[in-house]
Design a protein around this ligand. Structure first.
Ligand code: NIG
Ligand code: FE
Length: 411
């Protein structure tokens, strides 16, 4: 035993989410629930999970930290797809959308992503870092201890670098972990007469090597869609990114198909959105072990169908759920609420929903050190005060965590 050991407990229940298969359907009976549990924490990681009394007896020297009474511990939530680095507002877009103008039509008129690009370019790195930190802290209170954050509202070499540096600043500032992704390929800016292919070629040469050199991100994303890039345009860009050592993720099949098949072909970490994906593409993702990442917040924000989460799992896929928090399509930014709503609509077991926002979301980010409460994993967890673990999703996100721990430290 190390003298830095701390025993946190007793919890009414500890839901470890340990030992689950990485893909396919899950039953609630597969969830390990430890009654009157405790977590032994050593140097920011879980050293043991078990019943409080047994851990206390076997680690008599460990300092005891008492959580809020009657609380149920789950692994910290992992939000594997967000755009929380932005400046300004898109309330005007939202008013147009609820009034009946479509997202794609607003984009064609120069609103949408372009409007956030204009507002974000005006902000300094410091302002962007402060805005990102504030949103990341909000997420942390909701139990999100790891959050992916994309660039993509800069769309020039210097503005994309500014965003990625701001995300890095915010990561150093907040207790939660922010995982940066370069989304310079969000939409073609079509500035100075430059077409989409030329823009991507230039970004592959002028931006991506600098992102690598400065260590600003090791993930690259692209939006494959009618108003953004085609799959044919995306392929050479993603190949170039992969040659530079980036992991790939794709905004795929939100309004039209093609992106998910490319993600499967390239062995991407994840294919995200999938509201329009066909069964053949779902099978291809499952066969290649590409995480299918549903974004119910975008469906709610746009009034569009949900990704076919049930079919993804039944096709043997790895389903993860993220909030897509962004000023346009998904302004809510509430992961657990959205996952609960998706679960009700798509008939997901509670085990499937919890795995989708913890251990399977970690896999979508290529992270193996978190997502479940088992020895060696980071001691990232959140507690909700309830009688039984199933109550947390039953509240559909309206019950908020009573406390959150990041790397063993209570926030
Ligand atoms: O994931 N689809 C493209 N990107 C975002 C929307 C960004 C925005 O509207 O500002 C999404 O929904
Ligand atoms: Fe997105």
């Amino acid at each position: 035993m190390s003298n830095s050991d701390r025993l946190i407990g007793p919890f009414r229940q500890v839901v470890t989410l340990a030992g689950l298969p990485p893909a396919g359907p899950l039953k609630d009976e597969q969830i390990l629930v430890i009654q009157e549990g405790g977590l032994l924490v050593r140097e920011g990681r879980i050293a043991a999970a078990g019943t409080f009394d047994e851990l206390k007896a076997s680690h008599a020297g460990a300092a005891v930290e008492t959580p809020p009474s009657g609380s149920i511990a789950f692994p910290g939530l992992i939000d594997a797809h967000t755009h929380i680095c932005w400046a300004g507002s898109r309330a005007e877009d939202y008013a147009l959308r609820v009034g009946g103008t479509s997202y794609l039509e607003i984009a064609r008129r120069g609103g949408g992503i372009k409007s956030t690009v204009r507002q974000t370019r005006k902000a300094s790195r410091e302002e962007l870092a402060a805005l990102t930190s504030r949103r990341a802290r909000r997420l942390l209170q909701d139990g999100v201890t790891t959050c992916e954050v994309k660039s993509g509202y800069g769309l020039t070499v210097e503005e994309e670098l500014k965003m990625l540096r701001a995300i890095g600043d915010a990561d150093r500032e907040v207790p939660g972990d922010l995982i940066p992704t370069c989304l310079a390929a969000h939409i073609p800016p079509r500035e100075d007469g430059e077409g989409p292919e030329e823009y991507l070629d230039r970004m592959a040469v002028e931006l991506l090597p600098r992102v690598r050199r400065e260590g600003l991100a090791d993930r690259v994303d692209i939006f494959i869609e009618d108003t953004a890039f085609t799959a044919e345009q995306a392929r050479p860009y993603l190949d170039a990114a992969a040659r530079l050592g980036f992991r790939i993720t794709v905004h795929a099949d939100q309004f039209s198909t093609g992106g998910a098949l490319l993600a499967a072909e390239l062995g991407a970490l994840s294919a995200d959105h999938l509201e329009r994906t066909d069964t053949a593409s779902l099978k291809a993702l499952a066969e290649r072990g590409v995480t299918a990442l549903a974004l119910p917040g975008a469906s709610l924000g746009l009034g569009e169908p949900y990704a076919p989460a049930r079919r993804i799992l039944d096709a043997g896929g790895a389903l993860a759920v993220a909030s897509d928090w962004n000023p346009g399509s998904a302004p809510m930014g509430d992961l657990l609420l959205q996952a609960a709503v998706l679960g009700a609509a798509e008939k997901l077991s509670m085990a499937e929903t919890w795995a989708a926002v913890t251990v399977r979301a970690a896999a979508a980010l290529g992270l193996t050190d978190r997502g479940s409460l088992e020895p060696g994993r980071l001691a990232d967890f959140a507690v909700w005060q309830a009688e039984d673990w199933r109550e947390v999703l039953w509240y559909q996100g309206s019950l908020k965590p009573a406390a959150v721990w990041k790397s063993g430290t209570r926030i």
